[in-house]
Design a protein around this ligand. Structure first.
Ligand code: GLN
Length: 309
């Protein structure tokens, strides 16, 4: 295999002069405070090699990357029935868009836009109190990352709860269509807390290993999902993981990936590695600008691509 440490070091050095490009997510006050001049990279291979560069040990808010973990939990609970509540098509619109929901009768396009993720949280909430559903998610993330120290940043959850007007609108709209089964406050309580999970790049890359290794974390032996389900989650990440930038990400990087407005991206090279990058400055569609650039460079240097097997 290529010298991955040399590659991550080169990418970090090449992007250093660009630190601070893009805009932090200022619609969430707590995220607006994050220093944009940071960049972390971590690659964890399915053999257990870890290569890191830059701010790979700094905690950040995983935000929408949590949607991958919630989707995994919801599929575990209700299986294919989940697709009665949410679609599997790219949205071609912003992550927090409301327009499609009216046309499509409250069934969100996919589980990775906000509306879809809120519907997925509603599924995970079934039979639980909100606190228990949040606990289940946190336990799951700790399990897949094999790291008991991962926690939720309450200040981020509170910050989003007090300013999440669009998410309240989306949730109320879906509730009106009968596509939320629990009180809006409960569902959003779960959603805002899942978005507020804090992780660093190494923890996040480890958490994604099950997707890179046919559903089983090769380092712990923990079986998380079947190979078929891992493949399908990867397919959704490739087609929908970057909102209206999903096509461009597939074109430039060629790997399944999921972004969050905290500036993180989890990417999967099936059979090879799980990769996490983080840089808070976002591009126009809400994906990490330097994070995407770093992954594009990584894919070019390694030749990793799901389109070239
Ligand atoms: N918590 C954020 C929101 O709901 C997540 C969005 C994102 O990461 N794209 O707006």
């Amino acid at each position: 295999m290529a010298d991955l440490q040399a590659i991550v070091d080169d990418i970090h050095a090449a992007l250093l002069p660009r630190l601070g490009e893009g805009a932090v997510a200022d619609y969430i006050p707590q995220l607006a405070k994050v220093d944009p001049k940071q960049l972390g990279l971590a690659i964890v291979t399915t053999d257990g090699d870890i290569n890191i560069a830059g701010d790979a040990g700094t905690q950040f808010s995983i935000q929408s990357i949590s949607k991958v973990f919630m989707l995994t939990l919801a599929l575990g609970k209700v299986g294919e029935q989940l697709w009665n509540r949410v679609g599997r098509e790219p949205s071609g619109s912003a992550f927090n868009s409301i327009v499609q929901l009216e046309h499509e009768h409250g069934i969100p396009r996919n589980p990775f836009i906000n509306a879809g993720a809120i519907a997925v949280s509603d599924v995970v909430l079934s039979g639980h109190q909100p606190r228990e559903a949040i606990g289940e998610l946190l336990q799951f993330v700790r399990y897949v990352a094999d790291d008991e120290t991962i926690s939720i940043d309450e200040s981020v959850a509170r910050s989003e709860t007090s300013t999440g007007y669009r998410n309240f609108a989306l949730a109320n709209f879906m509730r009106a269509f009968g596509n939320l089964h629990h009180p809006v406050e409960h569902v959003l309580g779960v959603y805002f807390h899942q978005c507020a999970v804090s992780m660093n790049c190494v923890q996040l890359a480890k958490a994604g290993l099950y997707l890179a290794a046919r559903g089983t974390n090769p380092l712990t032996g923990h079986s998380v999902v079947s190979p078929k389900r891992a493949r399908r989650i990867n397919a959704l990440m490739l087609t929908c993981g970057h909102y209206d930038g999903s096509g461009d990400f597939a074109y430039r990087v060629g790997l399944p990936g999921k972004s969050g407005v905290g500036g993180g991206i989890l990417a999967v090279a099936p059979g090879i590695a799980s990769i996490a990058v983080w840089s808070p400055g976002l591009n126009k569609v809400g994906n990490s600008l330097l994070g995407s650039a770093a992954l594009e460079m990584l894919a070019a240097r390694t030749g990793w691509s799901v389109f070239d097997m």
